[in-house]
Design a protein around this ligand. Sequence first.
Ligand SMILES: [Zn+2]
Length: 121
Amino acid sequence: MADDLTDAQHDALADKLHALEAALEAQLGSATGDGRPVALDTAFGRVSRVDAIQQQQMVKATRHRAQGRLIQVRAALDRVAAGDYGDCARCGDPIGFGRLDARPETPLCVGCQGEAEARRR
Ligand SMILES: [Zn+2]
């Protein structure tokens, strides 16, 4: 039970998640960064082609992050639907409204997030 979230806080966070999902879907559905290969026969010189490739890699990285975030947002919406949103996916403790307000899709409390990041290093 996410007993540290009031109903109003819970609803506000659910609204945020829906807005985030829509924004990320719009971002991923937009024409930029659709993964097209950089054309090798463009009229640009060599240097600008390198620029174009670098730019596309940045777009790809941004897109990759957005996709990852969208997966988390949808998982969080699943938890909202299941009624266990707001609890840490690992230890079950309440994540806390302040943290959820900043990152409503986060599945972990501060402690577990820190551990997960420490293990990744
Ligand atoms: Zn935890």
